[in-house]
Design a protein around this ligand. Structure first.
Ligand SMILES: Cc1cc2nc3c(=O)[nH]c(=O)nc-3n(C[C@H](O)[C@H](O)[C@H](O)COP(=O)(O)O)c2cc1C
Length: 263
């Protein structure tokens, strides 16, 4: 099993990295107890070369390989592809993710059109000075969901300006254990193979949109959907899945109704 921890804080000894390290320690200890080989790879987004999105839309229109910004973006994408689970972590900056995380999400926006991560599951954490930061969690969660990633859960750590690691471990012992347990179980049990109702509906709406499309068939997006066989009538999600028939039928119905009104 492999989990990639995507950390967007600049501060290597900061609160976010400390929280991630404590969850990582817990993950490895659980894996050890269960005799499961687990690799956790930390990726510091702040120390990679990820240039600010210039909004040229070339990734949307011609494909991400044609992006004029040559940097580490696609290498990080590759690392996510190799992983089963993701631990995403950002400090709260003015009630949202920090700029590093937001820019990374913006640069990855082509995945909203061509979701490539179905089958992977993510746990999201934030650290804040004192705020609650639901909005911050949602920024990452909404992006991940539209990229096909399953959402296992989230935790918020109020850590002030700089919390000592020992204090963090004792104050948030339960939270750290719970975060690790949820992520570990979700990855081990392949929970991403049982997509949420929301994800199934979102798939159906997009599928309907592409099926109806007559003028966009030469686009990279359309070809991607076609190549993956996602436009076929009996396809109900990006990957073969274990969702119940009832859930699938309900999602198809709701998705089709939404598509009538909005597409
Ligand atoms: C530019 C900036 C903006 C911040 N905005 C908020 C905020 O809106 N709410 C909050 O509770 N904490 C805020 N904080 C505090 C940080 O979220 C908090 O200290 C966090 O744990 C820092 O993580 P780090 O040590 O990994 O950098 C802000 C800090 C900075 C530097």
């Amino acid at each position: 099993m492999k989990i990639i921890a995507l950390v967007s804080s600049y501060r290597i000894d900061g609160n976010t990295n400390k929280a991630v390290s404590l969850i990582e320690k817990q993950l490895l200890s659980t894996a050890d107890k269960e005799n499961i080989a687990l690799e956790v790879e930390k990726v510091q987004l702040s120390y990679l070369d990820i240039i600010t999105c210039c909004g040229c839309r070339i990734c949307f229109d011609k494909g991400e390989e044609k992006c004029p910004l040559k940097d580490d973006l696609l290498a990080v994408r590759e690392k996510i592809q190799q992983a089963d689970g993701i631990l995403a972590a950002s400090p709260v900056y003015v009630e949202d993710v920090n700029g590093i995380m937001k820019n990374w999400i913006d640069r990855m926006a082509f995945n909203c059109h061509r979701p490539a991560f179905a089958g992977k599951t993510a746990y999201i954490i934030t650290t804040s000075g004192g705020g609650t930061s639901n909005h911050t969690i949602n920024t990452i969660k909404n992006a991940f969901t539209s990229w096909g990633i399953d959402f296992a859960g989230s935790s918020k750590f109020r850590a002030g300006v700089l919390m000592d690691s020992v204090e963090m471990e004792s104050k948030y012992n339960n939270k750290i254990k719970k975060a690790a347990e949820i992520l570990f179980k979700a990855v081990k049990n392949n929970s991403a193979q049982n997509p949420s109702l929301y994800s199934l509906i979102a798939f159906k709406v997009q599928q309907k949109s592409w099926q109806k499309s007559t003028q966009r068939q030469d686009t990279v997006d359309y070809q991607y959907w076609k190549k993956n066989k996602w436009l076929e009538r009996n396809c109900n999600y990006y990957i073969p899945n274990k969702a119940s028939l009832l859930k699938i039928k309900f999602a198809r119905l709701i998705g089709s109704i939404i598509a009538i009104f909005f597409i």
